[in-house]
Design a protein. Structure first.
Length: 432
């Protein structure tokens, strides 16, 4: 048999090691520690992968076809007989007919009570073919299904902040003022209240207005919002407080838990997170630093990144969009986002750096004992600083004052205004 070599093919040993590592990781996560590693071999110039599922119903084969098509283009039905179904890749370029007969084949075989799933091709597997094999194995070996969406998301490395957390917090989010310590940003707060808080509390009013104006009882509410602004301006905090006040779970997705060194795993992780989050009747899915997941296509994307972008586009706006799930993306660089993704957001809320009055208010929230004059000086001298940086300054001033009290053996007292001003100047000097 003539071996078909292609650019991007994996060395057999690398493919085997990656397969074993992925299956072992999957076995741990799914609680199947005794799961048998599927067989992969390279003989007579052909790579072969196979495993023996417990059953092979038709609907499972169709699900398998979906997995295949997620990673491999131009799939044809090679054989469709009772107990023997084969799908084959025609290659990435339909005009290059020399690869039509050498593309990878996926076989689903049922003989009496014996079942086999197999993938084989002349030469080595490439990245997408290997990932397809891994996901087919996972499809037929799901393990014990976790029905609690919170626990399922935790298994995916996601943190869920339940709405009950607002009942125990002291930030006032369960009362008339949901924003607690967040000073300024009045226009941002108003927009978040209109698109999130008020609908959660008074949905019937929004539906009634839509019925009167458009003759449609479906409330005109956004399904995706983008928070844009420099670091430290309160994007994450606003999302948490809004979710608490609305009585909704906040599903916080750190970027590093989506990105994976294994090809195709990032897109699979993201899709699983969206699918699991949709099990909540309503919720907020917060994707922090979304620009790391979906940079502009003009910047030159790797194939794996394109798959992540494809999942994002499909989940945010398309057939896969879930009505009860509000997606909030946060970015420091909206200009770097892919244009197609940017257009999917129904609203873009821009978080600027706080102005002088807002900076004084932020200082007051962390140093309520200071005089109006001292707060005004701090607000004026902190131009260009974010709320997070101001918080850091106040906390540093407290620690420095505590050290002074200890060293001088003085009675407990609040820091002097001069301590805050001195730390502020040092902070700004260090930023130059």
């Amino acid at each position: 048999m003539t071996q078909d070599t292609r650019a991007g093919d994996l060395a057999y040993a690398d493919a085997r090691d990656r397969l074993e590592a992925e299956i072992e990781r999957f076995a741990r996560q799914s609680g199947q520690t005794s799961l048998e590693i599927p067989a992969i071999s390279f003989e007579k110039g052909e790579t072969r992968f196979e495993f023996l599922p417990e059953d092979l119903p038709e609907e499972k084969i169709l699900e398998g076809l979906k997995v295949i098509k997620n990673h491999i283009e131009h799939i044809r039905i090679h054989t469709l007989d009772p107990g023997y179904v084969v799908f084959q890749s025609l290659g990435p370029n339909l005009y290059d007919t020399k690869h039509f007969l050498s593309g990878i084949k996926f076989k689903f075989v049922s003989i009496t009570n014996n079942y086999r799933v197999e993938a084989s091709r002349s030469g080595n597997f490439n990245e997408s073919e290997l990932q397809t094999c891994i996901e087919l194995f996972q499809l037929f070996n799901p393990g014990k299904k976790e029905t609690d969406p919170t626990k399922k998301l935790e298994q995916l490395g996601v943190t869920v902040f339940p709405p009950e957390a607002s009942q125990d917090s002291n930030n006032g989010s369960a009362g008339t003022n949901p924003w607690g310590p967040i000073a300024g940003y009045d226009s941002i707060k108003r927009e978040v209240e209109e698109c999130l808080l008020l609908p959660a509390r008074h949905m019937s009013v929004f539906q009634g207005v839509a019925q009167l104006t458009r003759g449609d009882g479906a409330a005109n509410l956004p399904g995706a919002i983008l928070f844009e602004g420099p670091p430290g301006v309160g994007k994450t905090t606003i999302a948490r407080l809004a979710a608490q006040a609305a009585g909704l779970p906040l599903i916080y997705v750190p970027v590093e838990n989506i990105l994976s060194k294994f090809y195709g795993q990032s897109a699979q992780n993201l899709a699983s997170i969206f699918d699991t989050a949709s099990l909540f009747e309503r919720g907020i899915l917060f994707l922090d630093e979304i620009d790391a997941l979906a940079t502009s296509r003009e910047s030159g994307l790797f194939e794996a990144t394109r798959r992540v972008l494809s999942v994002l586009l499909r989940k945010i706006d398309g057939l896969d969009r879930t009505g009860g799930l509000l997606t909030v993306g946060a970015t420091n660089r909206a200009e770097d986002l892919d244009h197609a993704l940017l257009s999917r957001f129904d609203q873009i809320l821009r978080f600027p750096l706080p102005n002088e009055q807002e900076r004084s208010s932020i200082f007051q929230s962390y140093a309520a004992h200071l005089s109006t004059e001292a707060l005004a000086i701090l607000g004026r001298e902190s131009d260009g600083l974010s709320g997070r940086t101001i918080q850091d300054i106040c906390e540093s001033a407290e620690r420095r004052w505590a050290r002074t009290l200890i060293e001088k053996k003085q009675a407990l007292s609040t820091p002097e205004a001069e301590t805050y001003i001195r730390v502020l100047k040092e902070k700004k000097a260090g930023m130059l």
